[in-house]
Design a protein around this ligand. Structure first.
Ligand SMILES: NC(=O)c1ccc[n+]([C@@H]2O[C@H](COP(=O)([O-])OP(=O)(O)OC[C@H]3O[C@@H](n4cnc5c(N)ncnc54)[C@H](O)[C@@H]3O)[C@@H](O)[C@H]2O)c1
Length: 317
């Protein structure tokens, strides 16, 4: 079977949060990994522990630019893209480029190498969903000209491009629709709710809740996400598969949980809801359960404790 031999894999976005954990996992499985990243939103610190590993090579590269590959490659896992709202709002053009030209270049590389391709897509493809929870068959409710559209539409285009390569060239592809993921190596200042609350709690500052805090989110610990991505890579499923944690809670409940776990006395502060902020977000993971035998295993409290330890430690800077 494809997965039983050590594979030569490319991970784009390797210096990012999920990408670096994915590299760790692929190396643990005995594969050889080349990590590509232009360090736009990621950091070499996330890969520092791999220095000297003979099975890992880092190449500083912007995926929107041509890439000359020396040697064989069996699979390309394309994660390169700004991903947090703060990052993509700061880099809208780079985000659109990563999803379009960047995805095209990674698909071309895959095609020329007769390899297979995995796209890290997103639950943002569903926009502010009118169907709840969201199954893969839901087409979404996206504002094409809103502030988040640079990210949502880039990923929707990336999915369309991936399917077009599959249809036109018979490329074996996988599309992961990733829902909120958290864990060590996230950036404290990236604007996502887990690091934002942790940062505020650990500094003793008020926890900022947007709106009345009744909007819901679900959070998947990064090791669960990486397991899902790996299983998807080994599967023959060509259509999108949701990966995320279906256990949902309101942002207000989540803020209270963070306050308790960090032991902070920070109050909660309410601020106006940003434009196009989804009110509900929860994956329907029946497909991943059925096809991949996958579901999240790490309880929120355990994942949060590991994340809090990371942010309290020296690695967080
Ligand atoms: N973390 C989540 O909750 C989540 C949710 C849905 C989807 N995703 C997707 O997963 C992937 C990884 O997200 P993350 O949370 O690790 O974000 P991240 O910002 O930590 O990682 C993304 C990496 O891509 C790199 N990158 C950006 N543009 C690039 C380019 N043109 N060329 C090369 N490298 C480039 C960045 O420098 C960064 O290291 C992204 O594609 C994101 O859209 C993440």
């Amino acid at each position: 079977m494809w997965a039983e031999v050590p594979l030569r894999l490319i991970v784009s976005g390797a210096a990012g949060f999920i990408g670096s954990h994915l590299c760790d996992r692929l190396l643990e499985e005995g594969h050889t990994v080349m990590g590509l990243d232009n360090l736009l939103t990621g950091s070499l610190a996330n890969l520092a522990h791999l220095e000297g590993n003979p099975h890992f090579r880092f190449v500083r590269h912007d995926v929107t630019q041509p890439f000359e590959l020396d040697g064989r490659v069996d699979g390309v896992l394309h994660l390169a893209s700004p991903a947090s709202p703060k990052d993509y709002l700061r880099h809208p053009l780079e985000t659109l480029e990563a999803g379009s030209t960047g995805t095209r270049r990674m698909l071309e590389l895959t095609r020329q190498s007769k390899a297979r391709f995995l796209l890290a897509s997103t639950s943002e493809c569903y926009g502010d969903p009118l169907v709840h929870p969201q199954p893969e068959t839901y087409w979404g409710h996206v504002n094409p000209v809103g502030p988040r559209s640079c990210y949502d539409e880039a990923k929707r285009f990336a999915e369309a491009l991936t399917m077009a390569y599959h249809g036109t060239h018979g490329l074996p592809v996988n599309i992961a629709r990733i829902f909120n993921t958290y864990g060590p190596r996230m950036k404290l200042e990236d604007g996502r709710v887990v690091p934002a609350f942790l940062d505020q709690a650990l500094r003793g500052e008020p926890l900022t809740v947007f709106g009345d805090g009744s909007q819901t989110r679900s959070f998947c610990y990064v090791s669960d996400m990486v397991e899902g991505l790996y299983r998807l890579l080994l599967s023959d499923e060509r259509y999108p598969v949701n990966l995320g944690n279906p256990s949902e809670m309101t942002i207000l409940e989540f803020a209270e949980r963070i306050r308790r776990l960090t032991g902070t006395s920070s109050p909660i502060e309410f601020q106006p809801l940003p434009e196009d902020d989804p009110k509900q977000r929860r994956p329907d993971i029946s497909k991943a359960r059925r096809l991949l035998g996958w579901e999240p295993r790490v309880p929120l409290e355990d994942g949060l404790r590991l994340t809090i330890d990371y942010f309290r430690g020296p690695a967080a800077g």
